[in-house]
Design a binder for this molecule. Structure first.
Ligand code: PMT
Length: 400
């Protein structure tokens, strides 16, 4: 592991002295290290030692009284590729599990967008206590990584489980994480998401119910696996989490088309999850259309088909994946779209399946390959569906 931004959080436990070795290991392997300490941790290891080893000032307070500078926990949370809290005392673990933010280490934890690792360290009875075990479980269920405590002689003189994992073990856990994270590093991916709005007049538009959830989940999964992601999104309320995602907001099919054509030249993979309007008003009224006659005719024209046009210009090294949102003749229509749009895979979701399609947190998909073989999946959360899609792209397409 090298070149990563690692934020090390130190709390007030006797194992704090060992963190000097962890910081040294990280720096020696050319990672950038910043250290945030709780006020109590300063009693166990000096900030001077850690500042010298990390080559960075140590952060303890919200605010630096000498020059009035504010230590931004938000900036630190965004800067870090990983946040490692070691030692993590029972007190800090309990606060993390309950969203308590009464020091800089904890506010940074609540702001962190990166993976968080924590290495519990405490006396055996504290470690065994139901409250501590429940708090550790809560943190793990929320996606934090625990680096398990080990058994042995404790500072109290007692023997049992509660010793912080050795610095080398903590370092190896980080290396392992970044190794498995790298499957798609260096790859660039374009993803479309959300609906498009086609304006009729200044207040009305033709749109659809797409929330962006499916496309955003795919973007997060690609980014998690190390890819650089360009996400071109129609009007949605969603926000991205991973800083490897660059989001471009568009409104109409025409804007989405132009942005995608511009970005496609540079990418390895494109996934079209947006629900793009197929037709738009031939002209947009300058002023709000007044209510007059019993009926109103709006002349529509075709929008550019992004997937279809990209299918015409794609190189053999580029992979394109489309979606088919169907209500009837599902499989047949999806296979036609796969062929006509020159896609490598198509993901079929049917509005006839409960919990699938627009604006749900779940989806039920079938993946159809170029050779027309089909993989059927159960209903799952869109996050899990995104994993299945990315896995299929990695397994079948990148291995060629
Ligand atoms: O956003 P959510 O609420 O999470 O909902 C997710 C979803 C239902 C929108 C998504 O899973 C989905 O199915 N997206 C594609 C919807 C769609 O427009 O399907 P289609 O069968 O009409 O289009 C086929 C393919 O061509 C799609 O990949 C579409 O993005 C693409 N297309 C269509 C028209 C167009 N002008 N340009 C395109 O690129």
């Amino acid at each position: 592991m090298t070149g990563k931004n690692i934020l090390v959080g130190i709390t007030g436990g006797i194992a704090a002295y060992k963190v000097a070795i962890l910081v040294r290991l990280l720096v020696r392997n050319n990672n950038n290290v910043k250290v945030v300490m709780t006020p109590m941790a300063k009693h166990f290891i000096t900030p001077l030692t850690l500042a010298t080893l990390s080559k960075n000032p140590i952060l303890v307070d919200f605010y630096n009284p000498e020059n009035g500078d504010w230590n931004s926990h938000v900036d630190m949370g965004l800067w870090a590729d990983a946040y490692v809290i070691a030692p993590a005392t029972a007190n800090t673990i309990a606060k993390m599990a309950n969203g308590i933010a009464d020091n800089l280490l904890l506010t940074t934890y609540l702001s962190a967008k990166c993976p968080v690792f924590f290495a519990p360290s405490m006396d055996l009875d504290m470690f065994k206590h139901q409250a501590t075990q429940k708090n550790i479980q809560t943190l793990v269920e929320r996606g934090n990584f625990v680096i398990d405590a080990t058994s042995g002689e404790l500072a109290s003189g007692l023997e049992g489980k509660g010793r912080m994992a050795e610095p080398e073990i903590i370092y190896n856990s980080l290396c392992e994480y970044f190794k498995s994270d790298k499957k798609l590093s260096g790859k660039k991916v374009l993803i479309t998401a959300g609906p498009t709005y086609e304006h009729i007049d200044p207040v009305r538009f033709i749109g659809n119910h797409s929330s962006g959830k499916m496309g955003f989940a795919i973007a997060e999964e690609f980014a998690k696996q190390g890819a650089d992601v360009f996400l071109v999104s129609g009007p949605v309320k969603m926000q991205t989490e991973n800083k490897k995602i660059s989001k471009f907001d568009v409104v109409s099919a025409q804007e989405m088309y132009e942005k995608c054509i511009e970005l496609f030249k540079t990418v390895d993979i494109a996934v079209f999850a947006a629900a793009v309007a197929d037709y738009r008003p031939k002209s947009k009224a300058q002023n709000k259309i007044k209510k007059q006659n019993d009926d109103l005719k709006i002349e529509l024209e075709k929008t550019p088909d992004i997937a279809l046009n990209i299918g015409k210009i794609k190189k053999s090294s580029q992979i394109t994946v489309g979606f088919a949102l169907e209500t009837d003749n599902e499989m047949e229509n999806a296979k036609l779209k796969l062929k006509n749009k020159n896609l490598d895979l198509i993901i079929l979701n049917s509005l006839n399946d409960k919990g699938a399609g627009f604006n749900t947190d779940t989806n039920k998909i079938s993946i159809i390959r170029k050779d027309l073989s089909v993989l059927n999946f159960e209903i799952k959360t869109k996050t899990e569906v995104a994993k299945d899609i990315v896995e299929e792209i990695v397994r079948n397409l990148l291995s060629d």
